[in-house]
Design a protein around this ligand. Structure first.
Ligand SMILES: Nc1ncnc2c1ncn2[C@@H]1O[C@H](COP(=O)(O)OP(=O)(O)OP(=O)(O)O)[C@@H](O)[C@H]1O
Ligand SMILES: [Mg+2]
Length: 237
């Protein structure tokens, strides 16, 4: 589905991703874990077309997309829930969800079906449909950001640090719903996280990104039981 082959990405003269290769297949939930500054957001932005790799290839369903601009990539079904959510604070919950649907030419029934899917996954959003986005709690804003992405009928859903700033119990809820979305809507997931434990628990495959390089890869279980990963990312044991 998504094949990344040896991409190198720089900001000006400074190279940040030094030859990254990874893949996301149908029905995969892939986590990329890494510390601050490892290059996680850079990787997401490169896939979305906000940055152009200076070398390497990105294939989506067999088609090379590296170097395409975001407005060409989004309609292919690659949707990003960005770091820090970036919802529209002055718009209501429902209006935020409408914004997520604007790239799709939905008929009214199709739109309503999508909306009901979001409300079914996150009933709290339905209760707050007319509330301004900016007045939602952090967890609710994350739910809204994820739902807005679902409104766009994603073929690949990417999430940049969905747990950032959330209390542990809300974070667990968000991760559970991410798993449910991938299972029920059959959407492959690529998520990047500093929170290694929660993301490894819900993923089918994971990569460890250190200073712009893949340091390790494996299943979630393999990495959860890997002494080097336990020491460096899971707070020892
Ligand atoms: N616009 C930019 N210009 C120059 N350097 C940048 C820019 N954005 C990021 N960097 C640098 O690239 C490196 C990787 O940054 P990136 O934001 O991808 O890290 P990250 O893994 O997402 O970190 P975090 O967990 O803190 O979000 C960092 O050293 C950062 O300072
Ligand atoms: Mg980041």
């Amino acid at each position: 589905m998504l094949e990344i082959d040896n991409i190198q990405v720089s900001y000006g003269e400074i190279e940040v991703l030094h030859g990254i290769s990874m893949s996301v297949n149908e029905s995969d939930r892939v986590a990329v874990i890494g510390a601050n500054g490892a290059g996680k957001s850079t990787l997401m932005k490169t896939i979305m077309g906000l940055l152009t790799p200076k070398a390497g290839k990105i294939l989506f369903k067999g088609e090379a997309i590296q170097g395409l601009k975001p407005h060409r990539i989004v309609p292919k079904g690659i949707v990003l829930v960005p770091e820090g959510r970036k919802i529209f604070p002055k718009l209501t919950v429902r209006e935020n969800l409408e914004m997520g649907a604007y790239t799709q030419n939905y008929t009214k029934p199709e739109f309503n079906l999508r909306l009901e899917q979001c409300y079914d996954i996150f009933p709290r959003l339905k209760e707050r449909a007319n509330q301004h986005g900016g007045t939602l709690s952090g967890g609710e804003q994350q739910m809204l950001a994820i739902s807005r992405a679902i409104m766009g009928d994603p073929k690949l859903l990417m999430l940049d640090e969905p747990s950032l700033g959330l209390a542990p119990v809300i974070m667990d809820e968000v991760f559970e719903e991410i798993m449910r979305i991938s299972n029920e809507l059959k959407v492959p997931i690529l998520l990047v996280e500093q929170n290694a434990y929660s993301s490894l628990e819900i993923c089918t495959k994971a990569y460890v990104l250190e200073l712009g390089k893949i340091y390790k890869e494996g299943t979630g279980d393999e990495l959860l039981n890997d002494p080097a990963i336990i020491n460096a990312y899971l707070g020892g044991s």
